[in-house]
Ligand binder design. Sequence first.
Ligand code: NI
Length: 173
Amino acid sequence: MALRNIVKEGDPILTKKCRPVTEFNDRLHQLLDDMRQTLLEADGVGLAAPQVGVLRRVVVVLDINRETENVDEQIIELVNPEIIASSGEQYGTEGCLSVPGIYGFVTRPEEVTVRAQDRFGKTFEVTGTGLTARCFCHELDHLEGHLFKELADKLLTAEELDELMAREAEGEA
Ligand code: NI
């Protein structure tokens, strides 16, 4: 396994549509292993292949709702994913490892079901709610060459977000 460099906003690779995976070989497994490691190292909740410079339909998502002691088991690998059902609505902040220090308010479905293939080509379905549903949408958007900023109705710096959170906490007290 190896850490891969995370591509930042401004790099044209982040605006391109990714191609499907057709070969479930060692090269794909290496990519997935590296993406898992890169995601954990960056302390993120999701990573799409174009973010490490690979224009293929591959995503890893950290499902923090999955109860296990082993963080490795919380990572969902999605190859050629597509959203087959979604319901509800959530409005909240979102960020991206390719857009460091910037957060935006984005409306997403509350629950999302994805059909994908695993690293061996076997098709499966997975349903996520809350943050995981948001993450599925965000990462799949990357595969189409889209960033969350395009959907955000308000963008904040980390400092502005902290201030907002502090104000909201005071309001609730
Ligand atoms: Ni992102």
